[in-house]
Ligand binder design. Sequence first.
Ligand SMILES: C[S@@+](CC[C@H](N)C(=O)[O-])C[C@H]1O[C@@H](n2cnc3c(N)ncnc32)[C@H](O)[C@@H]1O
Length: 220
Amino acid sequence: MNTPLPAAALKHIASLSAKRWDRCYTAMKLRSDPVYTAVTRELAGSALPVLDIGCGLGLLPFYLRESGFTPDIIGFDYDTRKIASAQVMTGQGGYAGLSFMAGDARTGLPDFGGNVVILDILQFFTRVEQETLLHAAAARVEEGGKLIIRSCLADDSTRFRITVAGDWFAKLTFWMKAAPVCYPDRALFESVLSSAGLRVRAEPLWGGTPFNNHLIVAER
Ligand SMILES: C[S@@+](CC[C@H](N)C(=O)[O-])C[C@H]1O[C@@H](n2cnc3c(N)ncnc32)[C@H](O)[C@@H]1O
């Protein structure tokens, strides 16, 4: 579970989508984004289920299954088109223990206990909404579980400015429903998650991208 999936497995995941655009996006994203391997590595050996908040098309759940991760996984996203696509792909792939639900993370999360993952959605929230979501996510992390977050960190780097431009591009091309609102900084994760009783670490997760992404892992 620690190495990137072979190209054939990535191609297989992409082939499950009913739409040509989603197949192309999935293949490109899984090939180029280091986050799926990084999260898979963090979850290796865990028997706890996973809640993937802002799961999009479900790329992480499918990646985890193809990597041999067997606990239940719930994907949660407010974009009903993406949730419907993830459900179709689950059926096509014959994956057991994967479920996808539509809902807005600003107004509540499903009842859950285990590992929680939040990839690339905090920039769509205000600072107060970020704090509320982090508190709610931390409360769902069970003993021995992790809250794994990928987020751009606000700072004065060129990488940060490129990330902001990329998010606006996604909005203007209608790939994302929302425009970026507020980028979290390192202090937010340290203060909120430490006060929730989690041990926090953060490391750059740049891969081959120009973005200022970091992996933040908080363990109970
Ligand atoms: C950049 S995409 C990341 C998708 C997925 N996490 C991945 O890495 O493949 C951000 C996702 O967050 C979702 N999202 C944004 N705001 C949300 C909210 N308030 N509640 C639920 N999902 C949200 C979007 O619909 C989108 O699918």
